[in-house]
Design a protein around this ligand. Structure first.
Ligand code: GLV
Ligand code: MN
Ligand code: MN
Length: 436
């Protein structure tokens, strides 16, 4: 493979590791310590700055919008034609890997470099994009930058969100010097493509190098705070307790059991996870007085996701009677399941064929900015295999050969999409809606 992309991933993969160091092989990963670069952290800032440098070196005109989304434009022969946008995100989960998001950004830059090297003249403009806060690891909702871009949440709401340190997004962006004044009008964008690691086991197990996404699962988060009474663990009789953690334990098991029941009954792709639990005051000799839970619910079918969301909310409320606790529930913006566009899927499939790379169609269980952008722009996604199906963990890895396959398909996809004449009506303009 061209070493540039590998170099970019390894170099940017230093940021957010403790201590900062490059990792170029799976064997060199520390299974306990991954990459942590939540939005607004210095690691997030360094990764952004590295990417911007590479965008500028590739000749892109870089602009930053009010929520810190970064855009790098390569003009087209027809500068007024609808652009082809391509990219992903640079923030990470707590203790994640160097490929989730970053691969999509650096592959987009590499694709632009390869097209330039080939002397290819794109008819449509290309916009490389870095979305802010995809993971939700700092500001409490996933897909923050793209949600603002499509108007799903207002700029004011986005700016006012706070991270665990109490900083607003506005303050975090100012700290990173990534609060710009550019406005990207999505009406000037015709297509969007995001390359991403699969983050699941399908491609790896099937030994298929490229996945083409048909549907992206929806994500619903529920935050719950259970308040009981903190008290002495030795002196408070069992019958007189209002133990917030004991109540929370019911929910942890309920979410798992109910999601399993749905899978058994409906054959659905429903998943439910309690991924976050804060116990206060968190002392061995103290009956827990307060517990905060973060619950993640997903499905490619909206009704299933809603039904599990409602069941879990009801079960949370039932705790009040059962344990004498009080329960507060907050549900941040829910992202609905989203079908991607047949027209773009077909172009990606054709591009893989041209490159002699085997591909398969599949769904995405992970959330992506693509599901937001697909509400406004014809969108497609390219997946590459995750070793062992692991992601959102320090041992997340993708083989360099698979990355090369992915970027070849992406480069051809950009070439093919930028050639589609403005205004041409293709045979099937529809999304794959209904194929779920
Ligand atoms: C985002 O990466 C998500 O799927 O949680
Ligand atoms: Mn991602
Ligand atoms: Mn992720």
């Amino acid at each position: 493979m061209e070493d540039r992309l590998k170099e970019d991933i390894i170099a940017s993969g230093r940021f957010g590791r403790e201590p900062e160091h490059p990792v170029d092989a799976f064997e060199k990963l520390d299974p306990d310590k991954g990459v942590t670069r939540p939005t607004g952290s210095s690691a997030n800032m360094k990764t952004r700055t590295y990417a911007v440098e590479k965008m500028k070196e590739a000749g892109l005109d870089v602009r930053v919008d009010a929520v810190g989304n970064i855009f790098g434009r390569k003009d087209g022969i027809n500068p007024d034609a609808g652009a082809v946008m391509c990219g992903s995100h640079l923030d990470s989960v707590i203790n994640g890997g160097q490929f989730d998001g970053a691969l999509g950004v650096f592959s987009a830059i590499e694709a632009v470099r390869r097209l330039e090297d080939e002397g290819y003249k794109n008819m449509r403009p290309i916009e490389v994009v870095v979305f802010t806060g995809e993971e939700g690891s700092a500001f409490g909702i996933t897909l923050l930058g793209s949600s603002t871009l499509i108007g799903k949440i207002s700029y004011e709401e986005a700016f006012a969100r706070r991270d665990p340190k109490g900083r607003t997004l506005q303050e975090a962006l100012e700290y990173m010097e990534y609060k710009g004044d550019f406005f990207m009008d999505l009406d000037t964008v015709a297509y969007f493509v995001e390359l991403h690691i699969e983050q699941g086991p399908v491609l790896f197990n099937e030994k298929i190098p490229v996945g083409i996404v048909e549907n992206i699962a929806g994500i619903a988060w529920i935050y719950a705070t259970i308040k009981g009474v903190g008290n002495h663990a030795g002196t408070t009789p069992m019958k007189m307790r209002r133990d917030a953690l004991s109540a929370a334990a019911d929910i942890v098991k309920y979410v798992e059991k109910r999601a399993n029941e749905m899978v058994d009954r409906l054959g659905s792709a429903t998943v439910g996870t309690v991924g976050k639990l804060n116990v206060y005051p968190n002392g061995t000799n103290i009956v827990p007085g307060r517990v905060e839970l973060g619950i993640d619910i997903r499905d490619v079918v909206s009704e299933n996701m809603e039904s599990l969301k409602q069941d879990v909310s009801a079960a949370l409320k039932d705790l009040e009677q059962k344990y004498g606790v009080s329960v507060d529930i907050t549900i941040p913006t829910t992202h609905s399941p989203e079908p991607l566009f047949k027209e773009v899927i077909d172009v990606i499939e054709k591009s893989a064929r041209e490159a002699n790379i085997r591909s398969m169609r599949m769904n995405s269980g992970a959330g992506h900015d693509s599901q937001n952008i697909a509400k406004r722009v014809k969108t497609g996604m390219i997946f590459v295999p995750s070793v062992g199906g692991i992601s959102h963990a320090p041992t997340e890895w993708t083989e360099w050969g698979d990355i090369e396959n992915g970027v070849q398909v992406l480069t051809r996809t950009l070439r093919n999409l930028t050639q589609i004449p403005e205004g041409k009506v293709l045979e099937n303009n529809d999304s794959v809606q209904g194929s779920v």
